[in-house]
Design a protein around this ligand. Structure first.
Ligand code: BGC
Length: 735
């Protein structure tokens, strides 16, 4: 590779070298626009390194590649990227949903399916995984990540990278992953999109950076810099971040791409004009400039003026050429464009089946009183709510290549799964929101919030009529697909008022009300938790959402999802996360002791804690035992327990292990996830589950940012969520 790239670069002009750093998109209307005049012309002149955003299939991609190969001076292939985030055309649940499977095999499989489809469509590069830790559900992009925990987030990052890239990037069905948004993007103040991030180094290292590092360690081919600032310097121009940390400490040797115009945006951050910020970014270690063309238009001038060096330009160019080389593009620039394979594999029965399975595993049962779920496949069911028959909203945010027409609505899924035995009466019942201004803001990609011609009162009456004839009401409510995702922050994270009115009226009928919730973020559900008979959190389940929801509602799959984010009781509790510190005045949760760390008007605990999720069956935990009470630094401890399925269904449980470091040189969290295992138990069955713990599991970043463990006393907790646990203690000796 080195010899090849060196030889190629020796033939390249300065302009062509800078051209490689230029990543462009044909933009909005992608059909045909890819060969639009100026992109076309720039490709011919060698002024484009890659294209992204083409969703129209292999033929269009091929056309663009042909221009580069046949008409540019050095015939250097383009690299083609896309936001393949939770599937390509077969959509899986949104990432936050998929994380709730806690199942690394399934997660890896979903990325493999995505890569198979995307590569057939001509794509080399997925702008995923997004691994930003988020503790603020007001932030719309919490939907794109894996929740609040760095340990779980790291495992998921690894699984996604492996799924996309496989073992050999040059394979026709492997695509390069891009871990993003480096770094700390999820720490935006007040949950407001693109807002300032400011956090201590210890928090960065301990709680926010591990998933990016896990992706790097798993061999991710590329990294995307984030929009936010870090210690006052935007990530895209932050040399400490992109060079000292990423390349020197973490030994990353792939390519770094900016986020969409994040080079240019450094001007608004107050870092100087386009020439200045472009030089800043290059010097920081950024290789590829997404869309903004600051590199293309200013680097030659900066070189002349001594503001950047030729070595810096060449280094960036080399990294891009290396990525293309590793992807096998010099050997065959058309290897990932395969119309025949696209026709056969995209949205294949097999892929849809996998999507259905993964979706069913991602749903989290939040409440289920009187065993109202699973439903019987007989009797009369009133299926109501604005999301009950809305194909438009099944896929969720960032499903750019997805066709919502191909998705299965809840109504269709219920009918398919229930068969002829059940009578399903559908009524919309309410609009997602009655607020036309709000609807307009959400509907930028199409009519997701579809305000009905009928009056809210008429719709409600129809729903109540349906309910009156039914044995049970299933209300499918929540958020429209683009109420989360980029630029979709909310200050109120409850169910919109129009739907609350519907729910209240339904509850009043006295019929059991099962809420199926669509959401891209934790929502405030105190009233719903109080009043509904059951709540199933279905996130946005993807192409097969409707089938998967029906599978779970009717008990063909017993739910096993567990939350990866805490659900606050109200927005005032935010940020709320399970691995918080104790403070000097901890509150034990009883009464209102004055001068403790608490609120006058709400408790400290979340409504649903991290790790929480019910099943149709129940599990008991017993016989927690440790192999030793003391371990030395070179010993390992076994933590054993018995888990028993005490209910009436076979089911899967995610057994979670947490630790607490009781005394440290810095204050340590009250709990930290250190392990989990998914076990399948037949009803009545017991299994012994064993975890192994050693000092490497107890390491943390101390005040000098050294990753160390400290001898002393520890607690270990096991349970089915972060709140309801059994505990034991052990000591790590100094020697
Ligand atoms: C987003 C990225 C995305 C990029 C390209 C940006 O606005 O922040 O996550 O990969 O656009 O579409």
């Amino acid at each position: 590779m080195n010899a090849f790239v060196t030889s190629l670069m020796s033939k390249m002009t300065l302009e062509e070298k800078i051209g490689q750093l230029n990543l462009v998109t044909p933009g909005g209307a992608v059909t045909g626009a890819v060969v639009s005049k100026d992109v076309d012309e720039k490709i011919r002149k060698g002024l484009v390194g890659g294209l992204f955003g083409i969703t129209t299939g292999p033929e269009i991609v091929r056309k663009a590649q042909e221009i580069a190969i046949n008409n540019s001076r050095l015939h250097i292939p383009l690299i083609f990227g896309l936001d393949v985030i939770h599937g390509h055309k077969t959509l899986f649940p949104i990432p936050l949903g998929i994380s709730c499977t806690w199942d690394m095999d399934l997660i890896q499989k979903s990325a493999r399916v995505a890569a198979t489809e995307a590569s057939a469509d001509g794509l080399d590069w997925a702008f995923s995984p997004m691994v930003d830790i988020a503790r603020d559900p007001r932030w719309g992009r919490i939907s794109e990540g894996s929740g609040e925990d760095a340990y779980l987030g790291s495992q998921i990052a690894r699984a996604m990278v492996k799924g996309y890239q496989g073992n050999d990037l040059s394979k026709y069905d492997a695509i390069m992953a891009c871990v993003k948004h480096f770094a700390l993007y999820g720490g935006a103040e007040a949950g407001r999109e693109y807002n300032t991030v400011d956090m201590s180094r210890i928090r960065m290292y301990q709680d926010y950076l591990p998933p990016y590092k896990a992706a790097v360690d798993a061999g991710v081919g590329s990294v995307m810099s984030s929009f936010n600032e870090i210690d006052g310097i935007p990530a895209t121009g932050n040399r400490w971040l992109l060079t000292d940390l990423l390349r020197k400490q973490w030994k990353f040797n792939g390519l770094v791409v900016s986020d969409y115009t994040s080079v240019n945006e450094m001007t608004a951050h107050g870092m100087g004009d386009l020439q200045a910020v472009s030089a800043l970014a290059l010097h920081a270690g950024l290789d590829m400039d997404m869309v903004g063309e600051g590199f293309l238009t200013t680097l030659q001038k900066s070189l002349k003026e001594g503001k950047v060096t030729l070595a810096e330009i060449e280094q960036a160019c080399r990294r891009i050429l290396e990525a293309k080389y590793k992807l096998g593009l010099f050997a065959d620039p058309y290897r990932r464009m395969n119309a025949e394979r696209a026709a056969k594999e995209i949205l294949s029965d097999q892929h849809r089946k996998t999507a259905r399975e993964v979706a069913a595993h991602s749903f989290v049962l939040l409440k289920n009183v009187n065993q109202v779920l699973p439903l019987r496949k007989s009797g009369t069911i009133a299926l109501v709510g604005p999301l009950a028959d809305s194909k438009r909203n099944m896929l969720g945010t960032w499903s750019v290549a997805g066709d919502w027409n191909k998705s299965v609505s809840v109504l269709e899924g219920m009918k398919d799964v229930a068969g002829a035995g059940a009578n399903i009466i559908y009524a919309k019942g309410a609009n997602l929101s009655d607020d036309t201004t709000f609807a307009k803001r959400v509907n930028v990609f199409g009519t997701e919030i579809d305000i009905d011609k009928r009056s809210p009162a008429d719709m409600l009456q129809e729903a109540l009529d349906a309910a009156s004839k039914a044995d049970v009401v299933v209300a499918v409510v929540g958020e429209a697909a683009d109420m989360t995702g980029e630029s979709s922050s909310r200050s109120d994270i409850g169910i919109p008022e129009s739907q609350e009115t519907l729910l209240k009226a339904l509850v009043k009928t006295g019929k059991p009300v099962v809420i199926v919730l669509f959401n891209g973020r934790p929502m405030t559900l105190v009233w719903e938790n109080d009043q509904a008979t059951a709540i199933l959190d279905a996130w946005f389940g993807g192409t097969e959402a409707g089938h998967a929801i029906a599978d779970v509602l009717f008990g063909d799959y017993v739910p096993s999802g567990k939350l990866t984010t805490s659900f606050p009781r109200n927005t005032g509790q935010i940020p709320i996360y399970y691995n918080h510190k104790n403070t000097g005045r901890p509150y034990d949760g009883t009464g209102f002791p004055k001068f403790k760390s608490n609120y006058l008007d709400v408790s400290n605990d979340p409504l649903y804690p991290f790790g929480f999720g019910l099943s149709y069956t129940s599990f008991s935990y017993s016989d927690l035992s440790l192999s030793q009470k003391n371990i030395s630094p070179n010993q390992k401890l076994s933590v054993k327990l018995t888990v028993t399925n005490t209910g009436n269904y076979d089911g899967e449980e995610t057994v979670q292990l947490y630790t607490r470091d009781l005394v440290g040189s810095i204050a340590r969290p009250v709990k930290e996830l250190k392990g989990f295992q998914k076990v399948f138990l037949k009803k009545g069955e017991s299994k012994e589950v064993t975890f192994t713990l050693g000092v490497d599991d107890l390491r943390f970043y101390n005040n000098d940012l050294k990753y160390i463990y400290e001898p002393g006393d520890f607690k270990v907790f096991v349970g089915g969520n972060s709140r309801d646990v059994k505990e034991a203690g052990f000591t790590v000796s100094a020697k």
